[in-house]
Write a protein that binds this ligand. Structure first.
Ligand code: PMV
Length: 354
């Protein structure tokens, strides 16, 4: 009976936070110091495809990322595997004559193959899509009957931002109150159809890997930044309420104002860290100035910008017409071959190409 194999393949897009998560109150369980809100990208761009397989012939859990074997010994992978195994249920595949009893899952091993459709080295949030996809695929393989929010709490233990990739559209990661993290999970605010005129363009300013990992950065910030405490207690709770309202009402002016302000405060908090963390570079700053000038020259904001733990700009245009103009301006001011290190653009919504 050692000759069967059962596989499941899943695909998960990455997400971009418009209200940032930065700082953990529990590093092991990955519990944040504030709520965050993100938008999940179109799966055609920046997504992870993961195939998980189980067979009695496998003698250990193994994983390959973009074709290269990686170690599963880290706590984050182990937490995800353990949590899904604890929820595994009986699987019966009559067609292929496979029956796996609930208890068998504790002895069986899995092989995992994961691919990013975008170079991992580009420093574009790949762990978010990666852990969300891994947890989702394992849950399907092992017939774990948990809803997306429960699975998000497991993905959270792989990478915090991953919990928000279990849903499309706009998603909120509720920080929760429990010490064991059971209520720190993602909920969908609105689905992907709710505000489908938005177009996301990512300007790849540098494809170098970031110098300070989010884990180290967050730890230093939590230990040294007073501004973070003010942000988490006083600023984000109010901003989250306003952001949810702006999203519900398709209020782009408020959405853009809140998104830009939150990105800027996140980078201010990084600067307030000892030693200070610099994620943006000169090109990032020039992109901010360009967008700010443009928005001020119009009656109402046209584009929102947000930057994660790296110099790449995520630009959100209010509609397709603005997105086409934005792309034109980016190509004019930041041509791919100029002396800046701008290398390419990624469209978060293929509809603009039509
Ligand atoms: O999930 P992590 O550890 O990669 O942290 C992500 C942090 C930011 O991308 C900077 C913000 C966010 O909310 O996604």
């Amino acid at each position: 009976a050692g000759d069967w194999i059962r596989t499941v393949t899943a695909q998960t897009p990455t997400n971009i936070a418009v209200i940032k998560y930065w700082g953990k109150r529990d590093e092991n369980l990955i519990l944040p110091v504030n709520d965050s809100i993100s938008v999940t990208l179109d799966p055609a761009h920046l997504c992870t495809t993961t195939t998980v397989a189980v067979s009695p012939g496998f003698d250990q859990d193994r994983m390959w990322l973009n074709g290269k074997e990686i170690s599963l010994s880290g706590g984050r992978y182990q937490n995800c595997l353990r949590e899904i195994r604890a929820r595994a249920a009986e699987v019966e595949d009559k067609e292929r004559g496979i029956k796996i009893a609930k208890d068998d899952w504790q002895k069986l091993h899995v092989h995992i193959a994961s691919y990013n459709n975008f170079p991992t080295a580009a420093g574009l949030a790949s762990s978010a899509a990666g852990f969300a996809c891994l947890v989702f695929a394992l849950a399907k393989l092992m017939n774990a009957k948990e809803d997306h929010s429960q699975l998000s709490a497991i993905a959270r233990q792989g990478s915090g931002s991953a919990c928000r990739s279990l849903y499309g559209g706009f998603v909120k990661w509720i920080m929760g109150k429990e010490e064991n993290g059971s209520d720190s999970l993602a909920v969908q605010l609105v689905d992907e159809k709710h505000w489908d005129d938005l177009v996301i363009i990512i300007a790849v300013v540098s494809s170098r890997q970031k110098e300070t990992s989010s884990t180290t950065g967050m730890r230093d910030t939590v230990e040294t930044s007073l501004l973070l405490q003010h942000r988490a207690k006083e600023v984000v709770p109010k901003r989250v309420v306003k952001m949810e309202d702006a999203i519900q009402k398709h209020d782009f002016a408020s959405f853009a104002q809140l998104t830009c302000a939150d990105s800027n405060q996140f980078h201010a908090v990084c600067l307030d860290t000892c030693p200070p963390i610099f994620y943006m570079n000169d090109t990032s700053h020039r992109i901010i100035s360009c967008v700010e000038k443009w928005n001020r020259s119009e009656e109402t904001p046209q584009v929102a910008y947000t930057f994660d733990a790296g110099p790449n700009a995520v630009l959100i245009a209010r509609n397709r017409k603005t997105a086409a103009l934005l792309l034109q301006r980016l190509l004019y001011f930041f041509p791919p071959s100029s002396d800046t290190d701008m290398s390419s653009y990624v469209l978060g919504d293929k509809s603009i190409l039509k």
